[in-house]
Design a protein around this ligand. Structure first.
Ligand SMILES: Nc1nc2c(ncn2[C@@H]2O[C@H](COP(=O)(O)OP(=O)(O)OP(=O)(O)O)[C@@H](O)[C@H]2O)c(=O)[nH]1
Length: 572
């Protein structure tokens, strides 16, 4: 069972808990049975599943809970359901969290990272991915190839490193991996590199020869961190494999690869318990950027369809929207040209595959993302092609030029191979965004003004308290906790609404994402925050009906009124 299926099965079980009129031992048992069956079907180690069950049962003592609060059925139910859900969430997180802080490189010195793992686990690919990650974050990074076992390993690393512009060291003729590793690390240390990543050979199975070589290389390069790379598709074999590596070498961190596609992934999760080491990244594809930072709670939360707000924020910050001076200037003036729209689409593309970005948004079920990813991406590409066909003067316009001169519209349609109605639809969408930007960005930044010059701090205390009250009603407390409480939530809203440097920047972006995914609004969202995020990201556009378990339409309306200073939408 792939992880998204595991997530929805667990989520379904938890919902049963929340929806049941009474929570008793029988119901809890049935739900635990379902969760455990789902975990086992995903290849999670059987002992770990047993532990999870026992731990939850010991935390949620139904009889005790019931005895403590037996006055009102409703209270009893609410308390028990919440305690059960918290316990399930905590135990799921514990599966992927060894409780050990991950190693972090130190600035101003050489940090040697050694990769180990079986042949084909994805070591060489992941070495370059990680090198590229550090390189992008500003670390002086180099790669050393000490894999002399597999013919072609050095070529592979050389090609990847060249593409990523990362200095590398290796040899076609030297056959001693220990000497190669030692020389490479010494060279890059002398050149004051900060991150030196050493790729080592693998074998088809864990065997003495491999481990002896690994230990000798470790002796030569004295790694600060040993990263164990494990293939996410290997199922139950993960546990003995991880144990064998841990016994042979001081594994400090884990990277699980091939977590894209149909990886079951549950087996590889067992590596955490086997090595007592944290997973630091997961590989999600063959491309150099297909490496996602791993953190236990966001991972579980994302798997359950609750999103990963931290990840979303990081992806947004990485975009450095405020560095796009032209766009910002236009947005602040309330202007949104077709070229701005083109740039926004490119920006979304830079955040990664649409599905990945949507997956970070809470309340959007994983199955829905998988289903709409293809359609969304196709639509996205068609829009880009249409805009690329426009002339510069047309792109820099507000699009009215196409209304007054229909021959231009027909020319763009013919040039891009799209039917005219599709070009018209794009122009209509652009018009909608442009109106929104005018509302939000114009008059010195509508949102900024409302939020108090770039932050909610400008609201008066009464407005602030009221807004918090509305927000807390709408947001699932577990999610609010994940976002760093009310403060975190406000920070996020700031980022989304004006943090990019001009009011409306990310609002437009969010709205576009919804458009790309096609009909992601209202009913699609499985939970409160997803709905609210859509509301916020859509620039208060009013997305319609609340998703299951979300805020009521009255709550949303109240929230909108609050956010727009009680003046209603549509005001300039
Ligand atoms: N889909 C997918 N493929 C991956 C991922 N990581 C690596 N691969 C692919 O897995 C295959 C093996 O990867 P390598 O990097 O050559 O494996 P290795 O562990 O270095 O192998 P040896 O050098 O022989 O030990 C390659 O085809 C990679 O493109 C991932 O996260 N997702």
């Amino acid at each position: 069972m792939v992880l998204s299926e595991l997530g929805s099965r667990v989520n379904k079980a938890l919902r049963q808990l929340a929806d049941a009129p009474v929570v008793d031992e029988q119901l809890l048992d049935a739900i635990l049975r379902e969760i455990c069956a789902a975990l086992l079907a995903s290849d999670v180690n059987v002992k770990l599943v047993q532990n999870l069950r026992t731990n939850i049962k010991s935390v949620v003592n139904i009889r005790e809970l019931a005895a403590g609060i037996n006055k009102k059925r409703l209270i009893q139910k609410a308390g028990t359901a919440r305690a059960s859900m918290d316990a399930v969430m905590d135990e799921l997180c514990r599966l992927v969290d060894p409780g050990v802080e991950a190693w972090k490189p130190k600035k101003g010195r050489a940090n040697v990272i050694m990769f180990v793992g079986l042949q084909g686990s994805g070591k060489t690919t992941t070495c370059t991915k990680l090198a590229s990650h550090y390189h992008r974050k500003g670390w002086k990074t180099a790669l050393v190839c000490a894999d002399t076992f597999r013919a072609g390993a050095f070529d592979q690393l050389r090609q990847n490193a060249t593409k990523a512009r990362i200095p590398y060291y290796g040899s076609y003729s030297e056959s001693d991996p220990v000497q190669l590793a030692g020389e490479g690390v010494a060279k890059f240390k002398a050149e004051r590199f900060e991150i030196i990543i050493v790729d080592t050979s693998g074998r088809h199975k864990q065997e003495g020869e491999l481990f002896a070589e690994m230990q000798q290389i470790a002796g030569a390069v004295q790694p600060d961190n040993v990263i164990f790379v494990m293939d996410g598709t290997i199922g139950q074999a993960a546990d003995p494999q991880a144990r064998a590596f841990k016994e042979a070498i001081d594994v400090g961190s884990i990277i699980i690869t091939k977590m894209d596609g149909h990886a079951k992934g549950g087996g590889a999760i067992s590596a955490v318990a086997a090595t007592q080491s944290p997973i630091i990244f997961v590989g999600t594809g063959e491309h150099i950027h297909d490496l996602e930072r791993f953190a236990p709670r966001p991972f579980i939360s994302k798997m359950l369809g609750m999103g990963d707000l931290g990840g979303l924020m990081e992806a947004m910050q990485d975009l450095k929207l405020d560095k796009n001076k032209n766009l910002m200037k236009n947005l602040e003036a309330g202007v949104f040209t077709l070229r701005d729209m083109h740039e926004q689409l490119q920006t979304i593309q830079k955040m990664g595959p649409l599905g990945k970005v949507m997956g970070m948004m809470p309340g959007i079920p994983q199955e829905l993302i998988a289903g709409t990813e293809q359609e969304g991406t196709r639509r996205f590409k068609r829009m880009m092609t249409i805009m690329d066909t426009g002339r510069p003067v047309e792109l820099d316009s507000d699009g009215k030029i196409f209304e007054t001169q229909p021959s231009r519209l027909r020319r763009v349609a013919a040039g891009s191979g799209a039917p005219t109605y599709e070009v018209e639809a794009l122009l209509a969408q652009h018009k909608q965004f442009a109106q929104m930007v005018k509302k939000m960005g114009g008059s010195k930044g509508f949102m900024k003004e409302q939020m108090g010059r770039g932050g909610p701090g400008g609201m008066n205390p009464q407005q602030m308290a009221k807004m918090q009250q509305q927000m807390s009603k709408m947001v699932n407390p577990a999610m609010l906790k994940q976002m760093g409480g009310m403060g975190g939530m406000q920070k996020m809203m700031q980022q989304m609404m004006g943090g990019g440097g001009g009011g409306g920047g990310l609002g437009g972006l969010g709205q576009m994402m919804q458009q790309m995914m096609g009909g992601m609004g209202g009913g699609a969202g499985g939970g409160g925050l997803g709905e609210m995020m859509q509301q916020m990201m859509g620039g208060m556009g009013g997305m319609g009906g609340a998703g299951g378990g979300g805020p009521s339409p009255a709550d949303i309306a109240a929230m909108q009124r609050m956010m727009s200073g009680g003046r209603g939408r549509g005001r300039r």
